[in-house]
Design a binder for this molecule. Structure first.
Ligand code: IMP
Length: 202
């Protein structure tokens, strides 16, 4: 029987990215929802790593399986790295990204060029069935755009501008974004640990 890998998220967009990068491994990849796990997890960590650990450990405790969890967000240097770990909660969870993105553009009124620097950060934590744990981080650097652009991606992608390519991450195809994104980088970094664990189960 195939080993199971549970990713502690209900976010379909994240599951697509995970399957694109880890889908060829000899493991059944399930979201916590697909695994039938219901958990009310309070993400009260102060860092991406703390929050990723909180999520991964909570689902591991319930299932005993190999569990991965990520925590990610946007850091805007001019705003002292806000919204950071509060990216999803910035201006309220239910506020549209059209409004959130415009608010960030407005806060950077009059700020030019590299002073608009920002990054997406993603930390992925893996808890193995024996309780051992490892984490990896990926980042992608960019600037805050002066106006939103693109229909791809989600969240802050329409305002995350890549100056060297003169487009936003919302202008990229899913494949192009996976190849350079913070989450893609973190997933590819954590992949060898999963491969080693799968090898050891044979
Ligand atoms: P998480 O699901 O707790 O990791 O929250 C991450 C939040 O950060 C998302 O709700 C988005 O607001 C933002 N975010 C993280 N990754 C991305 C991305 O790739 N594009 C756009 N926004 C992102």
């Amino acid at each position: 029987m195939k080993q199971k890998l549970i990713f502690a998220t209900g976010n379909a967009g994240k599951m697509k990215e995970i399957r694109a990068i880890l889908g060829d491994l000899d493991v059944e990849i399930l979201s916590s929802r697909e695994a039938g796990v219901q958990a009310d997890i309070v993400e009260d960590g102060k860092t991406f790593l703390e929050n990723a650990r909180i999520k991964a450990r909570a689902i591991h405790e319930i299932t005993g399986a190999l569990v991965l969890a990520d925590d990610s967000g946007l850091e805007v240097d001019y705003l002292d790295k806000a919204p950071g770990v509060y990216s999803a909660r910035f201006m309220g969870e239910d506020t549209s990204y059209e409004i959130k993105n415009q608010a960030i553009i407005d806060k950077l009124e009059g700020v030019e060029g590299s002073d608009r620097s920002a990054r997406f950060r993603c930390v992925i934590d893996a808890v193995f069935p024996d309780g051992t744990e490892t984490a990896e981080e990926g980042t992608i650097e960019g600037w805050i755009a002066k106006e939103p652009s693109g229909n791809g991606g989600f969240g802050y992608d329409p305002i995350f501008y890549l100056p060297e390519r003169d487009l936003t991450t919302a202008d990229l195809s899913a494949e192009e974004k996976n190849a350079i994104s913070h989450r893609g980088i973190a997933l590819r970094k954590i992949r060898p640990a999963i491969e080693a664990w799968l090898e050891a189960q044979k």
